[in-house]
Write a protein that binds this ligand. Sequence first.
Ligand code: CMP
Length: 228
Amino acid sequence: MVAKIESLKNIPIFSSLSEMHLEELSKIMLEKTYRKNQVIFDQGDPGNSLIVIKSGLVKISLVDSNNHEFIIKTFSVNDFFGEMSLLDGGSRSATATAVEDTQALIIFRENFISLIQKTPSMTLGMLTELSSRLRTTTENISNLTFFDAYGKVARCLLDLAEQIGEKEEDGVAIQLTLSRQELANMSGLSRETFARILKEFQVRGCLRVQGKKIVILNEKVMRREIVI
Ligand code: CMP
């Protein structure tokens, strides 16, 4: 129990909770493991739970009737998702899929609503996070509308570097579990165009591709592609 409470403290949305609320939370949260490529829920499903990632990676995507996918966002360790349908009572706004084996904590609607009513600090933390996500969505609309293919690839890689990048001697390394097709689906480009631009960035010395790893070598030059 103590270990469970300690691990909940590391999760930003719960970090402001008192020991008493953390203990309460640790009793009502369910642990679940999802296998790589397992769908956690589909767009349109009724939403009755909030999910927090303990380990792994999840993509949030929209899929059309021809199976074309657009990846809105990826979430990793300590991130939460599934809050929208809990809060507005609507259906799931997008599909969530485990990109790698993922361990998750699940909290159901009634418990979640009762917790946010008792804990204004947590509610404020959540509102801050939701504002930040809305800001990112606005930026993404701008990227998809105004950027050319170079800008779209640069934005996608710089965002991933910020989210999961690790510093190396000559740059920032992104260890990819996402496929090239998924990277293209995040950028709003075809796989062929994404691959061509990636190669061009490599030739220009902006990045290095090593199997599943991409190392951003010259962030400054890549950032020039995303100035509107
Ligand atoms: P929900 O609608 O319950 O299920 C899909 C989830 O994806 C949603 O809750 C959010 O957690 C997440 N989501 C949907 N759209 C966005 C977005 N634009 N930015 C970040 N997360 C989103």
